[in-house]
Design a protein around this ligand. Structure first.
Ligand code: COA
Length: 245
């Protein structure tokens, strides 16, 4: 299965535009703008608006329409999806942003996929892992040399986040009800018997999923899809304000 991953740095010229201008230029809805207003820092508000702008621009390009023509609705746990008139389009997306980078994963509708990004150099209290991750994940993490632990922490964090986002359930999935192992070429997912079932009522299976990591500067990105490993096409987003006049 081919997925496309769009990388969009949130740079200074974009931040200088500010959230209101970003919302206006890409036709963000009042609901999208209101969601952004919940962020305290102007920088975070602009990054949120940038993420929504990337989603609108990328979907509009594929659907041959204008970004402002798109409408969105959210699933019961908050995952956004296209609403009418494009609700039947054979395209889905998942977006993440962190500390200066927006990533948007696009693929066919009806396939479960999710993405996460973190600035993997930012120090973290690894106690978070002991509190929330599966016991085997914590064990493997602590068995590593201290210098390798931060990297593994972010590999775990982004993989787990990509999975719960792909399922569309967010934190309604207990973080210790599934686990990743990194002793193979790609992250290997195992799902415990009590984990939330798929929409059709069947139990999810870890071996039905493929995960991979990519680095972009200091950022670590995880992409997960419920399919055989396939190609991931990387595209770098160009903001209109970055183009030469
Ligand atoms: C909401 C959540 C899906 C992601 O939150 P996050 O890490 O703060 O934010 P990200 O940048 O990765 O993703 C945000 C985007 O995910 C999408 N999203 C929201 N709910 C979603 C869901 N249930 N499923 C999939 N995607 C979702 C939205 O597009 C959202 O951006 P928007 O609100 O501007 O549209 C959820 O996983 C969460 O609250 N995480 C908190 C962090 C945490 O404890 N993670 C544990 C990791 S092991």
């Amino acid at each position: 299965m081919e997925l496309e991953l769009v990388l969009a740095p949130v740079n200074d010229s974009l931040l200088a535009l500010g959230e209101a201008e970003l919302c206006a230029r890409w036709g963000l809805s009042p609901a999208e703008a209101a969601r952004g207003a919940a962020f305290v820092l102007p920088r975070d508000r602009a990054e949120h608006a940038s993420a929504r702008a990337v989603v609108r621009a990328e979907l509009a390009r594929r659907l041959r329409t204008e970004p402002a023509e798109l409408a969105f609705e959210r699933g019961s746990h908050g995952r956004p999806r296209l609403a009418a008139p494009f609700h039947d389009a054979d395209i889905d997306f998942n977006v993440a942003h962190s500390d200066g980078l927006v990533v948007c994963l696009l693929g066919p509708a009806g396939t479960l996929f999710g993405v996460d990004v973190e600035r993997a150099t930012r120090p973290r209290d690894l106690q978070v892992a002991s509190d929330f991750f599966a016991p085997s994940e914590v064990e493997e993490l602590l068995a590593l040399a201290p210098a390798q632990r931060l990297r593994r922490f972010y590999e775990l964090w982004t993989s787990k986040e990509a999975y719960i986002k792909a399922r569309g359930l967010g934190l309604a999935i207990p973080l210790d009800s599934f686990r990743f192992s990194f002793t193979h070429e790609r992250p290997l997912l195992t799902i415990e018997s009590g984990a939330p079932r798929l929409e059709d009522g069947s139990a999810d299976r870890g071996d039905a999923w493929s995960f991979q990591h990519l680095e972009e500067g200091e950022h670590l990105i995880a992409a997960g899809v419920r399919a055989e490993p396939g190609s991931l096409v990387i595209r770098r987003f160009t903001w209109p304000c970055d183009r030469a006049p």
